[in-house]
Design a protein around this ligand. Sequence first.
Ligand SMILES: Nc1nc2c(ncn2[C@@H]2O[C@H](COP(=O)(O)OP(=O)(O)OP(=O)(O)O)[C@@H](O)[C@H]2O)c(=O)[nH]1
Ligand SMILES: [Mg+2]
Length: 449
Amino acid sequence: MQKETIVGQATASGISALNIIRVSGNDAIEIVNRLFQGKNLSIVPPRSITYGHFGEPDRIIDEVMVSVFPEPQSYTRENMVEINCHGGFLVSSEIIRLLIKHGARMANPGEFTLRAYLNGRIDLSEAESIMDVIGAKTIDQLQLAQKGLRGDIKKKVKDIQTQLLEIIASIEVNIDYPEYEDILVISNTILKPQIETLKTKIAHLLNESQTGKIIREGIRAVIVGKPNVGKSSLLNSLLGEEKAIVTEISGTTRDLIEAEWNLNGILVHLIDTAGIRDTTDIVEKIGIDRAKKAIADADLVLLVFDQSEALTDLDEKLLALTLTKKRILVGNKIDLGNKVDLEMEKIINVSAKNRKGIDQLAAEVHRLFLGDARIEPRSALFANSRHIGILESVKSSLDDALTAIRNQLPVDMVEIDLKKAWSEIGEITGETAPNALLDQLFSSFCLGK
Ligand SMILES: Nc1nc2c(ncn2[C@@H]2O[C@H](COP(=O)(O)OP(=O)(O)OP(=O)(O)O)[C@@H](O)[C@H]2O)c(=O)[nH]1
Ligand SMILES: [Mg+2]
């Protein structure tokens, strides 16, 4: 296939010891060769490292190490060259400028990976896993992404496709060769249990995906309460660092303060808020409005009370405001008293200032989202919202097929729903993905990947 040669910097911009510049496409080796002073790159051993200088004859840019990957044994399956040069801003930009001058063009975001996908080296789920590997912030996120990269999601999709195809093929055989007596007549009675089994399997995968999604995306937890109950102290205590300002003055926190807390593998986006009360102070008022919006957007509310005083009207209002949210009630300042006790709901008592009860609170957050399960998925879990959405569509197409059976429609009508399910599931790996989806997915990749 004729492919334009693209160039991109694989490493992040900034001051560092080294940078890597990648070139991919038909003329990759030839273009770099023109600017390389050292051995002839078109005859060096594939995938070895060659030392030399890069630049035009009268103007050397840098001393470099170059690896040549002739097609198809490269990341993109095209001719590729990787240039290791010195770090900093100027060297790599000058190298890229010269490569463009000699016929390459700047790669779009994600274009190397897009080519790897278009040339059949990886599927879409693996391409997405590459970005998840790069973006991982917890070990569990990394493990999950590595499983996707290893092809575990692809295998699960294949498995569903095979089962769907078997059912569709048996229908087709009956429609095409009704005179074959030895072929089992596919009646709706025979199809029904097969479709039900597959549906149960998908429901199970969707169930597991809740854990996957929590690992991949983390949760948003907002700390709310009336002023001065110790919300910022709680944030600091959970993080183990003095992130937020704490004073004895009510109304200390004015704006949202966000931080990331790694809770045994769950990435918790913690948000400390302004104490909620009626106020005429314009800045505080805006802060309180933001706190209310943060409550609406949160997966979890940590509602904090002050154990040194009895419940007030404000506390009651906050209880009502967060009633429909997943929440944990936190009784802070337990070192000063135990005056808040709710009959209907459990309170976890802590002393944020003295770091008491914080482990119990952390365990409760973990339990609320992942039950008592340890998150060490042995095989890949569906975790990506795009994949989960597709699985849900597949399940609903199978539901439609079952409804058609219940309504005693002919098998070829049932087949329409099964074919729809088959085309939907293929979107996960990209077999049936529309171009618009590819554009959208790969444009969110980083440059040089
Ligand atoms: N005794 C005791 N004091 C605490 C505890 N937690 C916080 N405090 C004190 O309570 C006061 C208020 O703490 P903050 O963390 O600023 O409270 P806040 O809820 O963020 O307050 P605002 O931002 O004003 O709404 C400070 O003087 C803290 O030292 C605790 O567990 N025990
Ligand atoms: Mg505060």
